[in-house]
Design a protein around this ligand. Structure first.
Ligand code: FES
Ligand code: FES
Length: 160
């Protein structure tokens, strides 16, 4: 297939599905996910790598998708918040966020969920300090963080 001028085709896997994305090589992964794939769970906050609202997993690593050019995800596995639940079954982190009131306006919530999922994948029994460090790149203007930290602890308890 011939690419449109200035665009490239990038093959990758998003939430378990093989996809081919056509966009400028420096298009932000954030925009391609939201606009091409309509995966609008990934949010834009600052647009400059400071807030974590746009967090997704690429190859299992938490990244700020506002800083990732499309060309960088060729062949990669990408997970957005839409891929966290198993069908209708919410992830333990998602359930705990609801139960603890960890989401208010919701803008930070997808990124927080992915940061917590990433943390628990690396460290299934994090301490309070581990949780604070694991979520340190994700800002929340609403909750004061305690309910989010409680939610991660609750998710840990529910999976032990
Ligand atoms: S929108 Fe990407 S880090 Fe804030
Ligand atoms: S719930 Fe509003 S920014 Fe976190």
């Amino acid at each position: 297939m011939t690419d449109a001028p200035g665009k490239i085709s990038v093959r990758c896997n998003v939430n378990g599905e093989a996809v081919t994305l056509n966009a400028h090589p420096f298009a932000r992964l954030l925009d391609v996910l939201r606009e091409e794939l309509r995966l609008t769970g990934t949010k834009e906050g600052c647009g400059e790598g400071e807030c974590g609202a746009c967090s997704v997993l690429v190859g299992g690593e938490l990244v700020n998708s506002c800083l990732v050019p499309l060309a960088q995800v060729e062949g990669a596995e990408v997970m957005t918040v839409e891929g966290v639940a198993d069908g209708d079954r919410l992830h333990a982190v998602q359930r705990a966020m609801i139960e603890c009131g960890g989401a208010q306006c919701g803008i930070c919530t997808p990124g927080m969920v992915l940061a917590a999922v990433s943390l628990l994948a690396r460290n299934p029994a994090p301490t309070d300090a581990d949780i604070r460090e694991g979520l340190a790149g994700n800002l929340c203007r609403c909750t004061g963080y305690m309910k989010i930290f409680d939610a991660v602890l609750k998710a840990v308890d529910s999976t032990q």
